[in-house]
Design a protein. Structure first.
Length: 235
């Protein structure tokens, strides 16, 4: 066992009920992540970590392994991703063998590509870092961000930048919410992701969309259709 993909997919999504199984571009959204992992050819095991029998069945139909169900105590609204990955690594080690490298791939990441996963692994190996994960740039300078008070009146988070030109401000990035490569030992030790222990895998903004609300879902579908049309040569 060298490389393990872990796709967390609990059954109790609140904002979008049954989100991980909802059809996206003709198939359950989780199937896109499973396909990207399998198509990459990078993994000895593509594991779906779920507490839900229906999700487990769909995951198996699309080629993932689900040799066990996730413990209920790791399937609530407050459980972090690293705790889920740690449990999966320990369970796989008992089931087969301890992996060396692990990629946590979100179930609602239909824009992820096999080539992105390969790029992430290459950056992890080249850097000798503990983690390599997907990021993208903010579309607007965060130093010019505005806040609204209770009456809807406007203020700046950083008023010292009121007159600073956009091109003079430091470029900012955020987690793209797609995948997180890491060394199994780092996941098990609880090494922080957002730290010098990680290197970035930049993705273009047009292939990044968080999917937490109905509005997010609709936007993601529209973006996906445009990308498909471009790739197929349809104007």
């Amino acid at each position: 066992m060298k490389r393990l993909a872990v796709i967390p997919a609990r059954g109790g999504s609140k904002r979008i009920p049954r989100k991980n199984l909802r059809p996206f571009a003709g198939r359950p959204i989780i199937a896109h992540s499973i396909a990207a992992a399998r198509d990459s050819g990078l993994f000895d095991v593509v594991l779906v970590s779920t507490d839900d029998e229906e999700i487990a069945a769909v995951a198996r139909e699309h080629g993932a392994d689900v040799p066990f169900l996730r413990p209920r105590e790791l399937a609530d609204d407050h459980t972090g991703t690293q705790a889920v990955v740690k449990q999966a690594i320990e369970a796989v080690a008992a089931w087969q063998a301890m992996p060396e490298q692990v990629c946590c791939l979100y179930a609602t990441a239909p824009f992820v590509r096999a080539s992105d996963l390969a790029d992430g692994l290459a950056r992890l190996d080249a850097s000798q870092a503990d983690f390599a994960f997907s990021v993208t740039s903010f579309a607007f300078p965060i130093q010019r961000a505005l806040r609204l008070d209770a009456e809807g009146r406007i203020g700046m988070f950083w008023p010292e930048h009121m007159g600073t030109r956009s091109q003079d401000l430091e470029h900012a990035w955020h987690d793209a919410g797609q995948f997180y490569w890491g060394r199994a030992a780092a996941f098990l030790a609880g090494v922080p992701l957002y730290s010098k222990a990680a290197v970035a895998v930049p993705l273009p903004r047009h292939r990044v969309q968080d999917i937490d609300t109905e509005e997010d879902w609709r936007r993601a579908e529209l973006m996906f259709r445009v990308l498909q049309a471009e790739e197929s040569g349809v104007a």
